[in-house]
Structure formats: structure tokens, C-alpha cells
Write a protein that binds this ligand. Sequence first.
Ligand code: 3PG
Ligand code: MG
Length: 377
Amino acid sequence: MTALAVPVLEDLPPLEGKRVLLRADFNVPVQDGAITDDLRIRAALPTISWLQDHGATVVACTHFGRPKGAPDPKYSVAPIRARLAELAPGVELLENLRFNAGETANDPAFVAELVAGFDAYVNDAFGASHRAHASIVGPPGLLPSAAGRLLAREVEVLGEMREHPNRPFVAVLGGSKVSDKIKVIEALLKVADEVLIGGGMCFTFLKAQGHPVGASLCEDDMVGACKALLDAGAAIRLPSDVTALGPGGKIGDPSAGGDVRQMGASVPDGWMGLDIGPGSAAEFGDVVQAARTVLWNGPMGVFEDPRFEAGTRTVAQAVADSHAFTVVGGGDSAAAVAQFGLADRIDHISTGGGASLELLEQGDLPGLQALRGTWNG
Ligand code: 3PG
Ligand code: MG
């Protein structure tokens, strides 16, 4: 048993004829009413089958988007319910938990309402287990409870990566905001041998190195924190070249014009860095190839725009080709490996973005503590 151990399905009392409340994270990407990636629904199927095979009636619940504590048709779970009915017939899905303000407020009255009529609770919502919300931390206090297969597997893989990684352990981080990830970067620097930084947030670091960043994303109030890390000699690798869009150009709209140019790490006025450059992508790829453990979270550039996908594609390919144990976390990087047809070649695609980073950072999550009976909010 590791320090992270939580009760699992086998620890539940007999379930024949019983009703089980399954908290899942079916917060899937939806465009024009259609689910664009059902990974999070498919990922819950092993738990659902196990429960049904053991005679239970399964009622699932999830949040979807961020409605403001009241019903909002835009965030109805209807498309998710339809997909779930195809993948797992006989499983009911409750309406969006966040239609009730008691969910995010962790209101005991809402917890009581949720668990009424159930005999057991299973948390398989890894992607939401960093939230101390009613449906995550409440039911274990009232019902026999366990982690589902997905949650247990995520915790095992990420816990192992944090505690006993094969070395070199390389983390590749992208995404737009340093402020979201600075704590994770600091935590990763303690366990990883090197942290490679791309994506929008690299420009705040480049500015801290003294480079002009033009019109690129940059969090001025984080430059000091980045500089402190770099000055302390942190094992951070930044891009040495970038791909930028010139004045007049529009992200996602090549027809709007604007030059696209590769340049060093300095971006002139009016230009916007939107991807790591080819030299940096090749270099990041080499570092990934030489690693024995790789964590990748966050795209290297705006890969939805074909003009700025090369950095993300090169890194995705290197992660797929690597002999390392490879973990990809976060909705955007998971979408990128799927878009490039590489998903099968990644050892573990985490269903949690924020949750995987918080688990790596803190070594535990409120949802896990609740299952263990150690959460005291
Ligand atoms: C996610 O998509 O990251 C999880 O479902 C959590 O959603 P939240 O960030 O809205 O809590
Ligand atoms: Mg591999």
C-alpha cells in the first residue's frame, strides 16, 4: 500500500440488488451540441461494468461546465446522457450537479439530497477530485465508499511518478498562464530532472531572461517569480526560437493575413509568439527521447491553428516515440495527441488536467482524503 491508498471497489459491501451513486467526471468538450471527445465517458466504463456485474443499479452524476448554481440549458447533460446510454445501457445520469449552488459550496443539505436512496458511493471522477465539492467530499461520510477503477489507476500512476520515477524524469509544460502553473513548476523541479517550458507561458519566462516579447502573452506580475527561479539555477529549459504572427494577423484565421515568421527568443513590437520554433521543438524532442519518465501537460503553441501546430506536433511525436514511461495530462494535450493520431502510443493519458497537476504538487487530493475518511475541509 502506498501513502495514497484509498478503498477500492473490492472493499465495498455486497452490491447485489443495491443502488450505487457513481460520481464521474463527464465534463467533456461539446461543440454545437455534439461531444467532440468522449474519452472521459469511456474511461468510466470499466467501473460501471464491474458494478453492474456485481448486481448493482448504477446512477451516475457529473458536473458539466461552470453554470452558476442554477439550471442553465446551455449546460444540460442531455448530450452526455445520450452518449452514456449508447456506451452503458441501463445507467441513469442525474442532471448537472452544478445546477445546484450546494455542489460547489459543499452544502451538507445537498449532500444529504444526493445520497438519499443509495446504498454505496463510488468516486471515479479523477478530473474533479481536486475540488472539495459536495459530490466529491460529502458522500464518503454517509455511505460505504470506494474509488472506481479510473480514479485508482490515475492515483497509482501519478503517485508512482511523483515518488519513484525512473530517471531522467523530464516534464514538458505548456499552456497559457504561469500564474496557474508556478506552484506546479516549483513542485516538479523537486522531482523532475528537467522542466521544459513552452506554450503561451514561455514568454513570461523569456521576458524574465531579458527578451522583448512584443505582443505575445505575458503576465507582467509573474516576471519576478520566473526570474527568481531562473536566477536560482532551476533546471528549466526555455525555447531558443519561436514562431510568431505579424501585425494584422489573426489567430485561427489565416485568411486575415499577417506574416508568420520564425525568429530567435526575442519578439519585436507588434508580433505575437504563438509556438515554439523548429529548433526548440527538435531540442525538446531530443530531451524527451533521452528521458525514462516523461510528463507532458499543455500544448507548446496554438495547435488548433495549423500555422502554429508544429511545436506541439513535434513534442507529441517525440513523446509517442519515446521508450520512456509517458504520461500526458490535461484536456488540451490529450486532444493534441488524439488529433495527431498518437493516443495509442502514450502509456497513460490522464483524464485530469488540474487534478493531475495538483496531485503531483500536493501529493494528495480532497477526493482521496474523503474516501480515506481523513478529509476535514
Ligand atoms: C476539468 O475539466 O478540468 C474538470 O472536470 C474540473 O472542472 P472545473 O475546473 O470546472 O472544476
Ligand atoms: Mg513509451
